[in-house]
Design a binder for this molecule. Structure first.
Ligand SMILES: [Zn+2]
Ligand SMILES: [Zn+2]
Length: 73
């Protein structure tokens, strides 16, 4: 999952939107920093996420206002 913008060689991590100027750096980031495993799981639909804010975002978009106050730990 790599997004590439045309002007200047910018590689963006599709998971966390960090920018890198080389593909290898981005790949290393995704492998070691961005989390090889999805650490956060939605308690409503069991979807997994790499970052906590992604889970929060998902719950807000997907499940609210259907449900009330999911507790995110
Ligand atoms: Zn990332
Ligand atoms: Zn969900």
């Amino acid at each position: 999952m790599i997004k590439i913008i045309n002007n200047r060689d910018a590689y963006i991590c599709a998971l966390c939107n960090r920018k890198y100027n080389s593909k290898s750096t981005l790949l290393r980031h995704q492998r070691y920093e961005c989390g090889a495993e999805k650490q956060y799981q939605c308690s409503q639909c069991q979807r997994g996420f790499y970052h906590k804010h992604q889970l929060k975002d998902h719950i807000l978009r997907r499940h609210l206002p259907d449900i009330h106050l999911p507790s995110i730990k």
